[in-house]
Design a protein around this ligand. Sequence first.
Ligand SMILES: [Zn+2]
Length: 415
Amino acid sequence: MSTYYRAAWVFPLNAPPINEGWVEVDNGVVTRVGSESTAPPEFQIAQQQLEVQDLGNVALLPGLVNPHTHLEFSELSTPVGDPSLDFDAWIAEVVKYRREKAAQGAEWLEETITLGASESSEIGVLGIGEITTSQSLLACYSKLKTRIVSLLEVINFSAEQVSAVTAGVQNYLAQAATSGVNAGVSPHAPYTVHWEQLKSLCELSRDFEVPCVMHLAETAEECALVQTRSGPLREMLERLGMWEESGIPLESSFQQYIETLASSWRALIVHGNYLKHDDWDLLGRLNSNVSVCYCPRTHHYFQHPTYALEEMLAAGVRVCLGTDSRASNPDLNLLAEVEFVRNEYPDLNPSTLLELVTVNAAFALGLESTHGFIGTNAVASVLSVSLTQEEAEASESACLSAVVTRLSEAQLVRL
Ligand SMILES: [Zn+2]
């Protein structure tokens, strides 16, 4: 049976704002939305019988989606190492932490993942793009309230291992499908994934129609590796005995990586801190299946040059915002990322800002039919922000501007 709700404002974000809006919900799923003036007879009957739940002077927004995190670091109270470390030294710290924790067994991993998922759902995150490093977590993921898209991390710089590794990933995707867990693939980064391995994972993404997520253009060290096949990351690979000449294409560029990722069913490039004009133009042209995830506070933590968010959006790049993990961020509060961006880019349109953590983030993970908007088939959990009488009566843009300044007060309401 349907239930009806009324609110002063509904911001579906994939459609124009609705003043004096109603939402019809059936069994935890939104079936219809509209304005009171165009309400169907069922809504009017419900209203006459006082069965419409009036939420009053509130603005409703979709629940959030965090497209990029590594929940295995959720137990950390402060980031790993410190930002003054060279990138390869920071990676070594992360690897050390992971190794120590892995020794504590599978139970610890499930606990820390559950902790991170709870932290996320408390602030209204309904979907998470999770980088998965263990294949034993499907049962854990399926128990969480937040929808997890488990992106299996692949680290393999050896041409010889490509087919065996791909077969393992394929097996995981099949297992995830039977467990009812959304999954995908995550070739880690150019310095850990052989070029042939990347191509093979993009193919798998296409075959299984699952997202493919890769860290790209994150650091100056990675630029040196991709653009000149040299620098500290190559030295690190050589030191570890992992370097292979064929691991990075001879005339390599970020554009080549972007074009290859675009051959996936859906690609998400994480960071993109060092991409340039030509790359943004290319990403703009590929926005029907390629997105970029900006992790604002992680970017700030490592003191990278200013992020070209506005230029990228102007070029048509489909950008979303993620937290990355507690290894480089003090918490997993996606609303704090929104707040950070609002302060750094005050001219950004509030609606565009919100799309980065809803519509665009859901699309990046392939969740766009159920998450990131308020409309038919969406999960019926929404964010509610209280409005003053004056705000409720203001124009849609004035109302939304007020809403984004008070997002931290938003309550998650399960309709
Ligand atoms: Zn990451």
